[in-house]
Structures are given as C-alpha cells and as structure tokens.
Design a protein around this ligand. Structure first.
Ligand SMILES: Cc1ncc(COP(=O)(O)O)c(C=O)c1O
Length: 402
C-alpha cells in the first residue's frame, strides 16, 4: 500500500517555485544569477505597513485572530473595494486568509464537488489546475492566442461553459501573459457566466498594476443583478503593495460562500497572523502613494524588458499591459542545438539558460503554453538588460538542424 495519498501522488509540484529554488541554490553557491522566475516585487513594503505591523507587536496584538479576519482589516478591505469598484460590501462579505493562494484554495474546496468542472483562460496561472484537481474537479482551459494579445473572447467563454461547469476563474491582469482584459470583455464574460448560473471567481491580485492606456475593470463592478451573489473578488496585498512575505490575501463575495470558506479555514489554518493583518490594513489605508511609485517603476521596466527581448532574432513578444511578466514566444529555437544540447521545449530552454547563463526563467509549459517563457521584470533595469543580454548570447549560438 502506498504511504502517500493518491491526491498528492497525482499532484505536480509548482514549477515556478521549483525553478526559483534552483536559481536561489546557484546564487547561494556564488554564481551571478539573474532570476526572472520570481513572481514578486523586489521593493520593500510601504512604510505604513511596516509601522502598523510594528505597532501591533508593541501593543501585544499576539493572540488568535477571529477566523474571518480582524475587524480593522475587513473594514479597510470593504472601504478599498468600494473606492476601486463602486460596490458596497459589509465585513460579513470578507474572508482574510494566508495569501490569495490560500483564498483560492479555500474557494475551490467550497465550490467544487468531485466531477465538477472549473473553466479558466489558458495560458493560466500554474496553481489553478492543481487546486481544481485537489478539490476533485476537472479543469476546462479556454484557449487564448498571443496574436490577439491573449484576449479572452466572450464567444469562447460561452462555448466553454457547459452544464458541468460550476465556476469560472478570471485573472486580469494575467499571470503569466501580462494581458489586461478589455472592460467590455469583462462585462460580457461576467454576464455570460451569471446568466448560466456559473459562479465567477475573479482573481484581481494584479489589478493595481496596469500600464499605459490600459484600464483594469473589476468583475464586481459589472452592472448585472447577479453580481452580488455570483461573483467573488479575490485580491491581496502581495503584489500591489510588495507584501508577499506577510501572506495576506482575501476574498469578497456572497455571504454563504464566505461563511463556508471560513468553515474550511476554521478547521485548517484558523485566522491569518495578527501582525500581518495589521500591516495589511496599514498598507490599504496609507500605502497607495508608495504602491503608485512601484507601479510606475514596473511600467518603465516593462519597456526595457520588451525592447530587449524584441531585439533577439526569432523571438516574438506580445504586448503586456499589466502585472510584471513578459511572455515571449521562443519556439523558433525548438529543434535547434545549443552548446551540444537539442532544445525540444520550454523546459529544456529554461534549464539551459539557468545552467549556462545563470538566468532563471519559467518554462511556458507550466502555464499550458510551451512555446513561451515567462520572465518577471520585477528587477532593476540594469539587471533586466544584463539578463536578457545573456539570453541573447546563448540563443546566438543556436544551430538550426537541417
Ligand atoms: C494569478 C495569481 N493569483 C494569486 C496569487 C497568490 O498570491 P499570494 O498568495 O502571494 O497572495 C499569485 C501569486 O503568484 C498569482 O500570480
């Protein structure tokens, strides 16, 4: 009899975390690693978050928190959501968890029965299919194409939402593509899902990180009578306030789902860390000026990254208008030989880049898009130029097989 349960034996480890760990190992061994594989801002959390966290420690705020989150943080969340989406919620509509990843895990546990289907756009964030699988559900990827900026076409959503689909996960701005959904498409897609009785989980963790003329439209701001009961907003402080280590995420939505997710949380992890909740409330109330500066820095870095990648022959890079990822198509190098290694796919290429050039990228295969690599530009501009320069050098040695 196998010691480990079937559910974990069948589960793939997170390739983003695996590549990042390998890059860290090489860096610790003294190699000059430039790591484009990390999914986190390199900035320090806003001063308001640090001050609030410190004040919570000094005040002895060190006891078990309420499972759904502290009153102060839940108030800060409903205020922020009202300000950014125009929709009014109460604290009973909010559940605070240990990062938005935990939030999503709780929600899928609450909504999905074995055999239920969950739809989401492909390329997708690595953890969606894994979390659906852990809940006993089946993933329904909805294909999108680089050629039209990975647009989630409402007609494709309509076709994908069959009778067994229980939930639709939206993710705009998108990890890994950086695509930002057009507001009219958000409107159309939410309407289609709600009209079919499909619950929408809108992962808007990168919502504050949109650049240029792009506009982020929250799914809960759609004007449809079913939104309050049928749409769950997922967000957190990790990306927009550079607070990945504090581990605070949250969802806002209908009371029955929030209560049920709280029940799962109450029997598994309990409430999130009190100090971190205080810091998150500090960020939501007083961290916006610093968050805006970070966003502007990401916008400038994006330009550097896209320009450098586009200068590499045979690499095409779709426009990324949000989050902090570039998603170049490198498949013209597949089948070629580089340094004696035949490159078959995105995993081969990212392994080679890490081993030969000490540049960490995530293989697109992890996101259901093997033609691509994902490069985070949450790095200083000179690091971006140096890292992409090293990639260009490696690729310049490619011998295309006859
Ligand atoms: C699309 C997406 N959703 C959710 C998360 C989870 O964020 P966290 O758990 O750090 O709050 C991430 C983090 O990488 C992400 O990329």
């Amino acid at each position: 009899m196998a010691r480990l349960a079937q559910r974990v034996r069948e589960l793939a480890p997170s390739q983003t975390l695996a590549l990042s760990a390998k890059a860290n190992e090489l860096a610790a061994a003294g190699h000059p690693v430039i790591n484009f594989s990390v999914g986190e801002p390199d900035f320090t959390s806003p001063q308001a978050a640090m001050d609030a966290g410190r004040a919570a420690i000094d005040a002895g705020d060190t006891h078990y928190p309420p499972v759904p989150g502290t009153a102060s943080l839940r108030k800060a969340i409903v205020d922020k959501v009202a300000q950014t989406t125009g929709r009014t919620y109460g604290p009973q509509h909010v559940l605070v968890s240990n990062g938005a990843k935990h939030t999503l895990y709780n929600l899928l546990q609450v909504l999905v029965d074995p055999g239920d289907e969950v739809a989401f756009a492909s390329p997708y964030w690595v953890s969606y299919p894994a979390m659906v699988q852990l809940a006993g559900g089946l993933s329904v990827p909805i294909p999108t194409r680089a050629s039209d900026g990975f647009r989630l076409d409402p007609a494709a959503v309509d076709a994908a939402l069959g009778p067994r689909v229980k939930a639709l996960i939206l993710n705009s701005p998108c990890n890994p593509t950086g695509a930002v959904a057009d507001p009219a498409d958000v409107e159309a897609v939410v309407r289609i899902a709600l009209d079919k009785g499909v619950t929408v989980i809108s992962d808007e963790i990168y919502g504050a990180l949109v650049f240029g003329g792009a506009e982020h439209r929250s799914a809960v701001s759609v004007d449809h009578p079913g939104v309050a009961e049928g749409v769950i907003l997922v967000d957190g402080v990790s990306k927009s306030y550079a607070m990945t280590g504090w581990r605070i995420g949250y969802c806002v939505g209908p009371e029955d789902v929030i209560k049920a997710a709280g029940k799962i949380q109450g029997q598994s992890t309990s409430g999130a860390c009190t100090i971190a909740q205080a810091a998150a409330a500090g960020a939501l109330r007083g961290g916006d000026a610093e968050a805006a500066r970070m966003r502007d820095a990401f916008a400038a870095r994006r330009d550097v990254m896209l320009e450098a990648l586009r200068a590499i022959p045979g690499v095409t890079v779709p426009e990324a208008q949000g989050a902090f990822y570039a998603f170049p198509d490198v498949s013209s190098y597949y089948g070629a030989e580089i340094d004696g290694v035949t490159i078959k796919d995105s995993l081969d290429l990212s392994t080679l880049l890490l081993e030969r050039a000490y540049v960490g990228c995530v293989p697109g295969g992890a996101f259901g898009a093997d033609a691509h690599l994902r490069l985070s530009y949450a790095l200083a501009e000179d690091q971006i130029r140096e890292g992409v320069g090293r990639i260009a050098e490696v690729l310049a040695g490619a011998k295309v097989k006859a």
